[in-house]
Design a protein around this ligand. Structure first.
Ligand code: RP5
Length: 163
């Protein structure tokens, strides 16, 4: 197994149903990744250790998902200069997910989190691969193929709708 390049973390095991979509993208594109639970509130020291060791361990991008008072992506971004992609998770106690979205999106200047849509773990995976694709021609080609397939699907749907 190659060393993971993408760290997928989530605030709770209850986020896994959403966050596994990021892992599926990694599998599909052959990107080595790791996946674990790190809670900003319940395991703050684990979060500090994870974020501050991430670059040394060889990670290039972190995808962090959380719901409710979703402080994990922002706090991780405050502890590392690796790019952090935030996934707002609509957890069961959510006020329609707005709590998660705003907690992750509204970062102060200087500490960016690339926030994807509510439950948008799939796009988080694709964005992580695109970041890695800047320095990996094979991965960039795989992403180009993926985009072409998206285009072909739309074109063939449009053709089938032509009257
Ligand atoms: C957040 O609280 C987690 O990210 C999760 O989305 C939400 C609920 O967590 P559990 O109570 O299900 O562990 O920290």
């Amino acid at each position: 197994m190659s060393k993971p390049l993408v760290g997928i973390i989530m605030g709770s095991q209850s986020d896994l149903g959403v966050m596994k979509e990021a892992a599926e993208v990694m599998e599909e594109l052959g990107v080595p990744y790791e996946l674990t639970v790190v809670s900003a509130h319940r395991t703050p020291l684990r979060m500090v250790e994870y974020a501050s060791e991430a670059r040394k361990r060889g990670l290039k991008v972190i995808i962090a998902g959380a719901g409710g008072a979703a402080h994990l992506p922002g706090m991780v971004a405050s502890l590392t200069s690796l790019p952090v992609i935030g996934v707002p998770v609509k957890s069961s106690n959510s006020i329609d997910g707005w709590d998660s979205v705003l907690s992750i999106l509204q970062m102060p200047g200087g500490v960016p989190v690339a926030t994807v849509a509510l439950n948008g773990a799939k796009n988080a995976g694709i964005l992580a691969a695109q970041i890695l694709g800047c320095n990996d021609a094979t991965l960039a080609q795989a992403l180009d193929r993926y985009k072409s397939e998206l285009k072909e699907k739309v074109e063939s749907a449009a053709k089938n709708m032509d009257l």
